[in-house]
Design a protein around this ligand. Sequence first.
Ligand SMILES: [Zn+2]
Ligand SMILES: [Zn+2]
Length: 510
Amino acid sequence: MSELTPRELLPDLWMIEDTCNVYLVRDGNAAIAIDFGGGEWLGALPGLGIETLEHVLLTHAHTEQCHGLSRHDSWPFTIHAPGGEDTFLDPEKAGIFGPPPWFFMGCPLNYCPPPGRIAGVRYNIIGNGHMFWRGRRIRFMDTPGHGRNACSIILDHADKQLVFCGDAAHAGGTVYQPFHLEWDHWTGEGALAAWEGIVRLRGIAIDLLCPSHGPVIPDEPASMLNVLAERLMSFYHAKGQVSPGEPDRYLPMEALDCGAYRCSEHLYQFGGNGYLLVSETGEALVVDPFVADLGSLAELLEELGHVTPTAMAVSHYHYDHCDGIPALRQRFGAEAWLHPIVAEPIREPGSMFVPWLRPEPIEPDHLWPEEGAWQWNEYEFAITHWPGQTWWHCGFMAQIDGRKVFFAGDSFTPTSKWNGTGGFCAYNGSRFADGYVPSARRVIEWQPEVMAAGHSNYYAFAQSKFEKVIEWAGWAAEAVRALCPSGDLELDYHSVHEVVRRCSKVGAER
Ligand SMILES: [Zn+2]
Ligand SMILES: [Zn+2]
């Protein structure tokens, strides 16, 4: 039996395992479909005694739910979608979102929109609203998560109250591809919205819960939804503070006339992200050169006098930490030393699907070792891969003016900034047991005195902060894993880049 063969769930109710579950409800010789997938199943309708498919109702605008609908400009049925999903479906708005890659953006509004736009959609699926079909009242309920606008569809059929919940819930108290709940790179906004949707769903009578992926849930969906609500709440908590109770420990910096700061005799902080380390030779090393900071750097150089940037180093690939490289190379002949893992996305942006990546490639002048030492004038740096906020991140430390200074980029911040880290999300390549944990251990092992982090966060190292991070990473990973249908973080969560890549290929072929 082909997967696209309709399977009868109840009299006049079928499920088809297309790229998502498609549900068909028949009334006489007419029918409606919940979600569409690729649509090859349309050929099976006559065999079910269905002469006309009158409506297709989409739970949300992911490609798996609706890609087949973009094949034609018009269909003999009416397509309904949640209000707000026109951003991804309306042909007039095609330019807003496609085609990927999205480079400069953070987390996209939709990780997997359909490849082509879909014409003639009615955006009338709105929470607390309804529509009538053959005398039946079809009700809509907001269950966001797989996008901000996702809805569940409620329908009475065969003396039962059926609920089609899209990807809001998956069997086992899990969520299909839970990375879709990461609406931004650091807050729990999507997790909290998903939690609220599940609590709403749990409050109603459900005789059969029909999700967009995985099996239908006939028995006690409420207890499964209870488990899911609890898991969503701990996911939300994981998105919170990574080092609870720790003071910020900001270190004093001396304000200069030009607006930059002197951290110590030879170390300066300028603009939003930059540090300038001055050597006795009069040469300077620029850490995290950002185009928007170059004016501040010029003013700092003028105030210092007789200092020339000859070298650049970069904590991570985000454009606000490296896009000033070409300008400084051109202006001063400064050379960029990059960590091999940081260089990966920067030199081949076209091959990566990650946030805040500069679209034009930058070649490093030199590569650092992945782990090891680098001598620059009188400073000896220790180099390490230092994943946290993102996988493509490094850390480097040197003795500067009598203190061990660790250049920390965006992997960890004082407690009051971004929950004590740059936030975690799958799309940014944040990892737990092989990311935050070894990074926290490394810095504990190295015992720096000063953390020179991105976004002007110059603070004192404390072992207690990083011990808390290790503890947090352990339970945060479990919180995410509990949401994965397969129980495997790689398959269901860290797979985001592969999923986005697949979607973008479909888009490019069109
Ligand atoms: Zn989805
Ligand atoms: Zn960053």
